[in-house]
Design a protein around this ligand. Sequence first.
Ligand code: COA
Length: 441
Amino acid sequence: MDWKELYTQRCGSADEVVRHIRDNDRVLLANAAGEPALLVDAMVRNKSCYQNVTVSQMATLGPSPYCFPKNRDCFQPELWFLSNRTRKCVECGYGHFVPVHLHEVPEFIRSRVFRVDVMMLSVSPPDENGYVSTGVSSDYTMQGVRSARTVLAEINDRIPVTYGDTRLHISEIDTFMESSRELPEIPPSPIGEVEAAIGRHCAALIQDGSTLQLGIGVIPDAILSQLGEKKHLGIHSEMISDGVVELYQKGVIDNSRKTIDRGKSVATFLMGTKKLYDFVNHNPDIELRTADYVNSPLVIAQHSQMVSINSCIQVDLFGQVAADMIGTTQFSGVGGQADFVRGTRMAMDGKGISIIALSSTAARKDGTVISKIVPSLPAGTAVTTMRQDVDYIVTEYGVAYMRGKPIRERAKALIQIAHPSFRDSLQKQFTQKFHADCKIG
Ligand code: COA
């Protein structure tokens, strides 16, 4: 059948599309800006049509109504990453968090460790041959499409057409609706003095010709803003954001020295503003590949001068990094942090470095300022990056180098980059707790 005939047959309203969901199904939503927000709204609006539906997703940028307490009679969230919009359902016990390395997610879907009955995603309108693009996310989305019983899509003319593992034929989608919905935007965070200082320290560690991975949050944006004078940088990153566009336009990122995928910026998903989405549209220099490629430590290790830059919320004096959890509170997820830290350490040229960059303090909701560098992680905290994997830890006060260092030297280096008002108490607690017989200062 001609694809245009198929298109007419399979196109319906959002309410018609979601009626393909059945009782006890597990629905997988595409990652981040790839979430089909209008279908998600329709799925929740039609909740009387099905029961006991499990919903899984990685990063969520929308309101995630399937996590609202009033919808818990129908939906069980089982999430691979949390944010302040989705944390509550886990804290209240009707939602669940799954710790997982992003590079393993496609294989978990393929092998049905993660069963997917219904895949819901956004795609661009079809080209003249009936091919659509998943545009902003390749990650686990492509495997979700290939493993699901039913594939439901929002065909949105705002989804950019990107190259790599993003191309599907319209015949691979069982039913869809059309939209012209603006994509969710994550504008770059404002860069204050603290972030700028962190950016400068990190920039000093990055050599011309390096290939970069940049993680999530305000710090990676601040680092990008300090790289304007570098030359021949490349990108092999789980995510890319607006900061990359500026460096591309300045000629700083040219991917000319990459060991593999030379000439291309490679990522697995995109998260930014319209500026980024316009930049990647039909741009042959950008490739979105699946997470089992981009985040595979074995692929990351093939890059020469690989630099991974991620952030965290707490670090202890051993150099153990908590990026997704403190005590019993799950803040976000493991994502690709360990994938990149490990892949970078394994790099064959021995020149790979991983940087964990954080502000030295955090403010509690009641206004109290606390140190993010602590003597030991609170009971219950799961470690995201292990002390034997960590390389550089950077705050606005400088750089602490951990690789191969004994505990006492790690603690000393970390206390030196803690906020000055916490240094004395950190040293005292370290001496009392771990080394009663020796001074580290
Ligand atoms: N104590 C208590 N709460 C803390 C804290 C601390 N020491 N440090 C941060 N927080 C809270 C913040 O208040 C914020 O709470 P909110 O979500 O309710 O607003 C939350 O933790 C996130 O902190 P924030 O400083 O806003 O983080 P960010 O946007 O700069 O992101 C990470 C930083 C670490 C959360 C983020 O990088 C992450 O999720 N990393 C794990 C996955 C990863 O690294 N992937 C990399 C490959 S892309």
